[in-house]
Write a protein that binds this ligand. Structure first.
Ligand SMILES: Cc1cc2nc3c(=O)[nH]c(=O)nc-3n(C[C@H](O)[C@H](O)[C@H](O)COP(=O)(O)O)c2cc1C
Length: 222
């Protein structure tokens, strides 16, 4: 089992998000999965240029590290997204990655994959950011096993840290358990399938120009 961990903190694993993420990764490793961590700050994911090429040819022509990361995601069984709260949302590094996933979203291409979410903040709003990341996961076609978020209580420490770290480790283990048992999350299915139907409709409207995506949907439905 392969899990890709994507950390959008500019501090990489050295900051608050990295510290909480360490515990999730420990849980994933305890469950016996292979983990690969990608620090967005150490690679180059430029902002989307809205050229629409991904919809027409199936890959992004922007020359940077996005396509190799996309390949890793497509090959993984599950993934972890981690970001600090930056102005009620994710970091610019993570948002650039989200935007570049537009083609994957149109094809709902991560259907069958599972995700776990990690967030830290200076003053709260954790559920808002986790909720936003979860909506992104739904748009990709994947399901969210759960999320862990917290304010800090000093440098790389958290309030009620033992409980929080136990939850984070449990989340990593649960991500792997959900993948193994192909767990179904009925409460997410309505939103996911509605999003999928909307994408199919959109590609139906745009198929003459978004030729790659049209072919993708035709072969999926064959
Ligand atoms: C540019 C910037 C914006 C931030 N915006 C928020 C915010 O809106 N709400 C909040 O609670 N914390 C905010 N914070 C604090 C971080 O979310 C918090 O310190 C986080 O734990 C840092 O994680 P890191 O060490 O992994 O970077 C912000 C920090 C920065 C640098």
């Amino acid at each position: 089992m392969k899990i890709i961990v994507i950390n959008g903190s500019p501090r990489g694993m050295k900051g608050m998000t990295g510290r909480l993420l360490e515990e999730v990764v420990a849980g994933v490793s305890q469950a016996g999965a292979e983990v690969e961590t990608v620090l967005l700050n150490d690679i180059t994911i430029k902002p989307c240029t809205a050229c629409d090429a991904c919809h027409k040819i199936g890959h992004c022509p922007v020359q940077d590290d996005f396509e190799p990361l996309k390949k890793k995601l497509l090959e993984a069984d599950g993934f972890v997204l981690a970001s600090p709260n930056y102005i009620f949302s994710v970091t610019a590094q993570m948002k650039a990655f989200f935007d570049r996933c537009c083609g994957i979203i149109h094809c709902h291409e991560l259907e069958g994959k599972y995700a776990a979410l990690v967030e830290t903040s200076g003053g709260g709003g954790d559920d808002e950011v986790l909720g936003y990341m979860s909506r992104f996961v739904t748009s990709l076609g994947a399901v969210t096993v759960g999320g862990v978020g917290s304010v800090g209580a000093g440098w790389r420490t958290f309030p009620e840290q033992d409980t929080l770290f136990a939850k984070a480790q449990g989340l990593g283990q649960d991500l792997c358990a959900a993948i193994k048992e192909k767990r179904v999350f009925p409460e997410q299915e309505e939103a996911r399938l509605a999003f999928k139907a909307r994408m199919e409709q959109l590609i139906g409207y745009m198929g003459e120009v978004w030729t790659y995506e049209k072919e993708f949907w035709v072969s999926r439905n064959r």
